[in-house]
Write a protein that binds this ligand. Structure first.
Ligand SMILES: C[S@@+](CC[C@H](N)C(=O)[O-])C[C@H]1O[C@@H](n2cnc3c(N)ncnc32)[C@H](O)[C@@H]1O
Length: 212
């Protein structure tokens, strides 16, 4: 089956920038207490219940943060180069190449999933299918935590982290994402929208949902 163009574009772009992304885009989690709070809530909810997949893990800093919180987390990313960087920087953790749109995981095996700024390259029309796939791999009552830039626009990126790329990024209305999650079999437990921090241009949205 031919891969959708938006996945090929994301893979090519992140393969190109992976090493410099890891150098130039540190997670900043240490200066973002509200973001850490959402990850801590997820960690509390899943503790002792099973593994958590960090979907679109990039260089793996959220996977590592969850691990420090006592969560058996592993990372999956479309980009082989990102996975190489994640394995290099976090040699004790598990990282696999794969797309969150077609996960090589059994039904119902995960206590939680995180998609930290990784749904932002998925066209809104593809979001129901993406949420259906995440729903499939979660155990009943399993949790989903999303982070994304709030807004309502498509931005075309042709340069990032010192490289020429060609990639669309979507700023998404939190209410619309919540509605799509609800229509995909999730109950939304919490929504947080915070003001932009240093170097951020938009409000940042976090959504915590549960498989019903
Ligand atoms: C903006 S980066 C975020 C990386 C990391 N979560 C972070 O917070 O630094 C987006 C990541 O999502 C990955 N990605 C995008 N679409 C994906 C998909 N369908 N499946 C898996 N990974 C995907 C990209 O390869 C990239 O590493």
């Amino acid at each position: 089956m031919t891969e959708p163009a938006y996945l090929s574009a994301a893979r090519a772009a992140y393969d190109t920038v992976a090493v410099d992304y890891a150098k130039l885009a540190p997670s900043g989690l240490e200066t973002k207490p509200l973001d850490r709070a959402m990850l801590r809530v997820l960690a509390e909810l899943v503790r002792g219940a099973g593994p958590v997949a960090d979907l679109g893990c990039g260089p793996g800093h959220v996977t590592a943060h969850l691990h420090e919180l006592g969560v058996p987390a592993f990372g999956i990313d479309l980009s082989e180069e990102m996975i190489a960087v994640a394995r290099r920087d976090h040699p004790g953790l598990r990282f696999e190449v794969g797309s969150m749109t077609a996960l090589d995981l059994p039904d119902g095996g995960l206590a939680g999933t995180v998609a930290w700024y990784s749904i932002i390259h998925t066209p809104p029309g593809e979001m129901p299918a993406l949420f259906a796939e995440i729903h499939r791999v979660l155990a009943p009552g399993g949790h989903l935590l999303l982070a994304f830039q709030a807004g309502d626009e498509i931005r075309h990126l042709d340069h990032a982290y010192g490289h020429d790329i060609s990639l669309d990024a979507y700023r998404l209305p939190p209410e619309r994402v919540a509605e799509t999650a609800e229509q995909s079999g999730f109950a939304v437990d919490a929504r947080l929208v915070r003001e932009p921090g240093t170097l951020e241009k938009t409000r940042q949205a976090f959504l915590l949902a549960r498989k019903i």
